[in-house]
Design a protein around this ligand. Structure first.
Ligand code: MN
Length: 323
């Protein structure tokens, strides 16, 4: 006799299946909401590197044309792996260019960057700092290596994530948040497994400093080789992480390596990882926006007409200028 809380499926639903498996009902009910880890959907590998201006040798890990819907609210991720720049007098980076309809989040791991935008925002960010820029209804900005860093030379490592805005927030005033290293809480993971810096969202009661338009978790995670860690994340959210270095085991059998993007199913209340070696990850998690995505270059809107309008606004100088 099976225990009282199990049913033979073919007896309860005789037409549903011919199999005679038993289902443990209590276990399924319990797992459904409380304990189900998000399953690995797949490991996405990105294309070769290209230069953004003369300052950023990046790999586009994903973009809105390929994975915009699947990874909503995230639109694009450029990752500049460590690259040694010689000392020099050359100005390195990208000059004035526009954005509209989303936010750009720049995470500096090594080196120093200097930004300036038409909303009057800007500043320097170095290792451990983050810059969160709302392009909103339109902005013009420039992104360069800082003058000191360019002169001295050194290793640059950074990532830039584009976060979409809901249709109603695409008209938000452009703005800029500098999230200094000291403002970003570092959370020790259980069992000495490593640390997580909470840039946005929350982990175990520790809140990140970023103000976001939709619910987002963005964590800079460092794991110790051989250690395992579980991260609670909201059911229904898009969840993915980029491996910056090292190797991480997901689902007990798949290994994500440097440059890989691990993408998870939305169902589940967290992710469970084991570091095969010391590893560093950028964990991205957010509520999917489920709105049409129409992008062209630096503009991401909901319709073609809005893209056309964005080009006109930029050409007519309505996104402002750099002083
Ligand atoms: Mn830009």
């Amino acid at each position: 006799m099976p225990p009282a809380h199990t049913y033979q499926t073919n007896k309860v639903f005789p037409n549903l299946c011919a199999r005679t498996d038993t289902i443990d009902v209590t276990k399924n009910l319990k797992n459904e909401k409380d304990e189900t880890m998000k399953k690995l959907l797949r490991i996405h590998q990105s294309s070769s590197t290209h230069w953004v201006g003369n300052g950023f040798p990046v790999r586009t890990v994903f973009d809105y044309n390929g994975l915009g819907r699947e990874l909503s609210p995230f639109l694009l991720l450029d990752y500049a792996a460590p690259y040694a720049f010689p000392a020099g007098d050359e100005k390195r980076g990208v000059g004035a260019h526009p954005h509209k309809g989303f936010e750009t989040v720049t995470v500096a791991y090594q080196g120093e960057l200097e930004h300036r935008d038409s909303s009057g925002g800007g500043g320097k960010i170095g290792a451990g700092d983050v810059q969160w820029m709302t392009a909103g209804n339109g902005i013009v900005h420039e992104e360069f290596h800082s003058r000191d860093f360019a002169r001295q030379g050194g290793t640059l490592q950074m990532a830039q994530l584009w976060v979409n805005l809901r249709a109603k927030d695409k008209s938000a005033q452009a703005g800029y948040q500098t999230l200094a290293k000291a403002q970003i809480p570092t959370v020790a993971l259980p069992n000495n497994a490593g640390t997580a810096r909470v840039i946005a969202g929350e982990l175990n009661g520790n809140k990140g400093p970023a103000k976001t338009f939709s619910p987002i978790n963005l964590w800079d995670v460092t794991l110790r080789g051989g250690k395992s860690a579980e991260f609670p994340l909201p059911d229904g959210h898009t969840t993915a992480f980029l491996v910056l270095n090292g190797k991480v085991e997901v689902n007990g059998d798949r290994e994500a390596r440097e440059g890989d993007l691990a993408m998870f199913e939305r169902t589940g209340t967290g992710i469970s990882l084991k570091a095969s070696t010391d590893a560093q990850l950028l964990v991205m998690d957010g509520e999917p926006l489920n709105e049409p995505i129409v992008g062209h270059g630096p503009f991401v809107m909901n319709t073609r007409d809005e893209i056309q309008k964005a080009f006109e606004d930029f050409q007519l100088g309505r996104m402002g200028e750099l002083n």
